[in-house]
Write a protein that binds this ligand. Structure first.
Ligand code: NDP
Length: 308
């Protein structure tokens, strides 16, 4: 088996060492040193320029190194073969931590106290216990569910919004477009962890902001394309929203002249919610390659029609 890898993070030598230890028989080619394109059976990639995957006539499976497959799926010439995600089904502990720190920060009004400090103003905002704070997580997938559980374990009243109705322990579930308004109306802090699909693009907009309680906060850890920037700024400027934390942007890095940088109620983190490790991904890539080779069912499959 020959595997094409885009080692978009980490040291290529480290990737090779990890694959050699786990699956020495695997022939690993690191982009752009592909060798003979006819050899490649599997591509484990984050992103490749559109059209490149067409060059591999024997390609039988794509492994997405990223949790979100939006960029991959946007390639109009993507071959019609299975796409699996290398993401850990248990979620990502750094995403749990990122969500928790941002929720706590909004819960305890730190952005407002920072602004008050700049004005040397002694103010006192309502102090709520976590159990009195309602947090809503949009998307309870691999990453979103672990985040929701982390927030619930911290004492927050957590609800999640998904596509398919289900029971989920202590997390209250809202599903489908028809239950979105009720989910938003009960959520004082929302954390977006949806995949970017045609259905979710622009979902954080003036209509959805208006359905949140007055003074709600928005944390976007999903994709930049989920937020309608002008609507966010308008909602913050009219105090409909108290604040926003943005980790992801439609174009990254965010342009120097973006008005988001300078908005007093916006906190920007430059897509740093988590760190992807080669050591975490290699065992799962190898499991998928073995399943493919043995003709076993593939796990963590992306459904192209849903877009995630
Ligand atoms: P999954 O693909 O595992 O899960 C997606 C979740 O979103 C599911 O719960 C799904 O519902 C829900 N969903 C999808 N479409 C809709 C819809 N139209 N209406 C309601 N719910 C919907 O995603 P992950 O949890 O692994 O990751 C989520 C996203 O987080 C990634 O796609 C990526 O964009 C982002 N991300 C950002 C990172 C960062 O560094 N900031 C790092 C990693 C991920 P259902 O369960 O019913 O199918």
């Amino acid at each position: 088996m020959a595997l094409l890898l885009t080692a978009f993070f980490g040291d290529p030598a480290e990737w090779r060492r990890l694959f050699a230890a786990r699956m020495p028989e695997l022939d690993v080619r690191i982009w752009p040193d592909v060798g003979d394109e006819r050899d490649i059976d599997v591509a484990a990639i984050a992103v490749l320029p559109h059209g490149k995957l067409k060059a591999f006539p024997k390609l039988r499976m794509i492994v997405s190194l990223l949790a979100g497959a939006d960029v991959l799926l946007s390639d109009p010439s993507l071959p019609d073969i299975p796409i699996v995600r290398a993401a850990d089904p248990a979620g990502d502990e750094m995403m749990n931590e990122a969500a928790l720190v941002h929720v706590l920060r909004h819960h305890r009004h730190l952005p407002a106290y920072q602004l008050a400090q700049q004005r040397s103003e002694w103010i006192s905002l309502p102090r709520l216990r976590a159990s009195e704070r309602k947090v809503g997580v949009l998307g309870l997938g691999t990453i979103g569910l672990a985040v929701a559980k982390t927030l619930a374990a911290h004492g927050f009243k957590v609800a999640g919004w998904v596509r398919q109705p289900r029971q989920q322990g202590e997390i209250e579930i809202f599903s489908g477009r028809e239950q979105l308004p009720a989910f938003l109306a009960r959520s004082e802090i929302i954390v977006n962890l949806l995949p970017l699909t045609p259905e979710t693009r622009g979902i954080l907009n003036k209509e959805t902001f208006a359905q949140l309680p007055a003074g709600a906060s928005v944390i976007n850890l999903g994709r930049g394309g989920h937020v309608v920037e002008a609507d966010l700024i308008a909602a913050l400027d009219r105090d409909q929203l108290a604040g926003a934390t943005l980790d992801v942007f439609p174009v990254e890095p965010l342009a120097k002249d973006s008005r988001l940088w300078r908005h007093p109620k916006i906190t920007i983190t430059p897509h740093v919610a988590r760190r992807i490790n080669a050591a975490d991904l290699v065992p799962r890539i190898c499991d998928s390659v073995r399943a493919l080779a043995a003709g076993r069912p593939l796990e963590n499959l992306i459904d192209r029609s849903r877009g995630y």
